[in-house]
Write a protein that binds this ligand. Structure first.
Ligand code: PLP
Length: 386
């Protein structure tokens, strides 16, 4: 059982064919908060209390570990809960070098919460190879990267960053939400820890919020198992089930997402009202070569700049009929948003301009509807935007 979809469908879902087992091909939703035992010293099937361990959550965790070629995975109530648990590995005075356009919620957690507890952060541009090295201090413990980034789809050479970090005993953490394990496997590229918002491509149906940490090291895994239980932000049995269900079609969905994204990018790139299109699959994208090397697909997040001003951008968005104007990404339905007013509104204007996040930038999460309908929708909205 080596290939991606086979693992996605079967790992964690193995039917119990033992005497008394029911043979379900789908993992039941175990709602019980506690688990009775015959022997005071020995839990019946290893389960004691549902925060510490739950069979439905365990099934999902086993599956997630397999998808990323890791050995252990932990599921949390949200992507940010997973990121919080990762930082709980550190202690006061430890230093983190983070990519400068890290996900907004992660940046807020770093600067507004963990700085109060004495963690130190430096934000760096990771596009130009290993220039982040100059930010490394004696107390640097983690290098935190995303690739592709949000919303400008910058690409980081994960293998090269991980290699440099490893020589200095620094852990490389990759937030792999945008690529999904279907298109990119950071642990195979040398990273130590992968985090995901399960809310996005992995769940894929806009009906469950969740997060995960995946590792392939026993020592880190033991620490995380302790922290998951100690801090308590676990994923519920029902959401574990929903996400496990979503995963069964992850590869199918990613293939269609990408096929649609390519068609949308081709349409946008040739449109006179579009100033610039950002997509790592474009040969003109500055990170294209690295993306091609480390990803097996370019994903379905597409950003573009319109000709005109903020009014054009708002008119465009409000003219869309199939794309919903909404935050979030990675689910079956197509979404569009205005980073300057929505996901990145908390980034100061001067900072936004510095990183290239203009007022006419639109971010699309291309869904798996019919590409022709998506393109027709974009086309009519571009006309309407004037
Ligand atoms: C959404 C997202 C998160 C946060 O996940 P939640 O499930 O919303 O808490 C973290 N990183 C990236 C890249 C995301 O897109």
């Amino acid at each position: 059982m080596k290939r991606f979809s086979t693992k996605a469908i079967h790992v964690g879902n193995e039917p119990n064919l033992k005497d008394g087992g029911s043979g379900d091909v789908v993992v039941p939703i175990h709602l019980s908060t506690t688990f009775a035992r015959k022997n005071v010293y020995k839990p019946t099937a290893g389960y004691e209390y549902s925060r510490s361990g739950n069979p439905t959550r365990f099934a999902l965790e086993k599956n997630l570990a397999a998808l990323e070629n890791g050995t252990h995975a932990f599921a949390y109530a949200s992507g940010l809960a997973a990121i919080t648990n990762t930082l709980l590995l550190l202690k006061q005075g430890d230093h983190i070098v983070s990519i400068d356009d890290v996900y907004g919620g992660t940046r807020r957690l770093f600067s507004k919460v963990f700085e109060r507890f004495g963690l130190l952060f430096t934000y760096a541009d990771f596009r130009d190879g290993n220039s982040f090295k100059k930010h490394i201090r004696k107390n640097t413990k983690i290098v935190w990267i995303e690739s592709p980034t949000n919303p400008l789809l910058k690409i980081v050479d994960i293998a090269s960053v991980a290699k440099t970090a490893r020589t200095k005993n620094i852990l490389t953490v990759v937030d792999n939400t945008f690529a999904s394990p279907c298109f990119q496997k950071p642990l195979d590229l040398g990273a130590n820890i992968v985090v995901h918002s399960l809310t996005k491509y992995i769940g894929g149906h806009s009906d469950a919020v969740g997060g995960t940490i995946i590792v392939k090291n026993k020592q880190i895994s033991d620490q995380l198992r302790f922290l998951q239980n100690a801090a308590g932000a676990i994923l519920s049995p029902f959401d574990s089930y929903s996400i496990l269900r979503g995963i069964k079609t992850l590869q199918l969905r990613m293939q269609k997402h990408e096929e649609n994204a390519r068609k949308v990018v081709e349409f946008l790139s040739g449109h006179k009202k579009v100033k610039k299109t950002y997509y790592p699959g474009l040969p003109t994208h500055p990170g294209h070569k690295i993306a091609k090397k480390q990803m097996s697909g370019f994903g379905a997040m597409v950003s573009f700049e319109l000709q005109g001003d903020i009014k054009t951008a708002i008119k465009f968005l409000e003219s869309l009929r199939i794309f919903a104007i909404a935050e979030s990404l990675g689910a079956v339905e197509s979404l569009a948003e205005h980073p300057a007013s929505m996901t990145h509104a908390s980034v100061p204007k001067t900072e936004r301009e510095k990183i290239g996040l203009s007022n006419t930038l639109i971010r699309l999460s291309v869904g798996i509807e019919d590409a022709e309908d998506l393109i027709a929708d974009l086309n009519q909205a571009l006309k309407n935007a004037g």
